[in-house]
Write a protein that binds this ligand. Structure first.
Ligand SMILES: Cc1cc2nc3c(=O)[nH]c(=O)nc-3n(C[C@H](O)[C@H](O)[C@H](O)COP(=O)(O)OP(=O)(O)OC[C@H]3O[C@@H](n4cnc5c(N)ncnc54)[C@H](O)[C@@H]3O)c2cc1C
Length: 381
């Protein structure tokens, strides 16, 4: 067992960290306030290879291992939770759907521009009536001629309004439950009937547009089907499993930002003739914050390690995501507490960390649903 990062992994973390400190941290407040998709920063990330971190070079990616990808993502989220979601939805969800389930031609045509960062990806699974309960989805893809006609709608789709490629889930056999779900590649610019119905106004996660999508008689040729008809549910679960490692990374990144700011503030802020870091009450908060952060990061790397080895990692990815999500909210909460009244204002970024962290407990499996998954796995062992 080796807990040390390799030289390459450290270099990736430091390279991304430097970029984040120079380009994202100074803009994070503005991204939060304006809630506009920061396309220029995404283009800079593409130049550094950050939009295709784990994919092979032959498909335009940077060929990084999953530890490095998680470290890179956590650094991006340290700068901006919204950008963390932009990259996670683009790579872990849309990109991985194409990489794992696309045929060679689909990978070349749709994954390569995503991995190179020339195009943006989104993953459209959730619906108004089907969040945790995926098979309750009502979007249908009906066979017609050499393709499918899609009708329905999706809700809360990260990158949904800016995506060039959307991996879409729809019922091809509405009576068949899980087994009736299939997945498709959608190209919003080319496919008539693709409508961006609106953009959500959210508590946090600003800069990542969360869109409501509608499909009105949207025709998709047969070669847009990913895998076989009926494979969609299993594909979604497998993709979300890998995705949970990067949502854990988003939690780790936000928690690190909160801890660093809280520690710096505690040594600067003076009350009762000295820095507040002299108080044991503050020291213990810092100690707990760092301990939780370290544990969350270890769970993230454990799940990444199993994924790299090709071993089952459903429980470990769920645990990493569950724990890192709760830790990021708790650490951000304590960071506000350490900042006192200033922490409750927008003069300091700790309130943004808190708003950004909360989302982790909701998307890609709520904390309640993840506890179900973990319990099922433990009771099965
Ligand atoms: C900002 C944002 C971005 C998102 N991005 C995407 C995206 O890119 N693509 C996408 O497809 N979706 C996305 N989602 C949707 C997200 O995955 C869902 O919101 C999430 O799965 C929960 O579904 P729901 O909102 O319908 O809640 P519900 O499923 O209605 O859950 C409501 C409550 O009931 C609990 N609950 C539900 N079922 C159970 C159960 N079996 N046992 C115990 N408790 C349960 C939940 O834990 C929760 O507390 C995003 C959501 C948000 C807010």
């Amino acid at each position: 067992m080796d807990f040390a990062l390799t030289t390459e992994q450290k270099q990736i973390r430091d390279m991304v960290g430097e970029f984040v400190d120079e380009e994202i941290v100074p803009r994070a407040g503005e991204i939060d306030e304006e809630d506009e998709f920061p396309r220029d920063i995404v283009e800079q990330m593409a130049e550094l290879g950050l939009m295709g971190m784990p994919f092979p070079e032959e498909y335009g990616g940077a060929d990084l291992d999953y530890h490095s990808y998680a470290l890179g993502l956590s650094e991006i989220a340290r700068g901006s939770g919204g950008l963390g979601t932009v990259v996670a939805a683009h790579i872990s969800l849309a990109g991985n759907m194409l990489y794992a389930f696309g045929d060679e031609e689909q990978k070349r045509e749709y994954l390569t521009p995503l991995a190179a960062g020339e195009e943006i990806g989104a993953f459209a699974l959730s619906e108004a009536g089907a969040g945790s309960d995926v098979p309750a989805m009502e979007t249908e893809a009906t066979r017609e001629g050499d393709g499918y006609v899609v009708n329905g709608g999706k809700l809360w789709i990260s990158n949904g309004s800016v995506a060039d490629t959307v991996t879409l889930f729809a019922m091809t056999d509405p009576g068949a439950g899980n087994e009736g779900i299939s997945s498709f590649v959608v190209r919003p610019e080319e496919d008539d009937g693709f409508v961006v119905e609106g953009i959500e106004h959210k508590l946090g996660d600003k800069g990542c547009p969360t869109a409501e999508l509608r499909f009105d008689d949207m025709y998709l040729p047969e070669d847009r089907l990913l895998g076989e008809e009926g494979d969609g549910f299993v594909q979604a679960l497998k993709t979300l499993n890998g995705g949970r490692i990067t949502i854990a990374a988003r939690g780790v990144g936000i928690a690190r930002a909160a801890l660093e700011d809280a520690a710096a503030y505690a040594t600067q802020r003076e009350q009762f003739d000295g820095p507040i870091s002299q108080f044991q009450a503050i020291q213990h908060k810092i100690a707990d914050m760092d301990t939780k952060l370290q544990a969350a990061e270890l769970l993230m790397h454990k799940a990444a390690d199993l994924k790299i080895r090709g071993e089952p990692f459903v429980k470990e990815a769920a645990q990493a995501k569950l724990y890192a999500s709760e830790v990021s909210r708790e650490v951000a909460n304590e960071a506000i507490q350490i900042h006192g009244g200033y922490g409750y204002t927008t003069d300091f970024p700790v309130e943004r960390y808190y708003r950004d962290a909360k989302l982790n407990e909701i998307y890609e499996g709520t904390s309640e649903v993840l506890r179900n998954t973990i319990a099922d796995q433990v009771l099965d062992e």
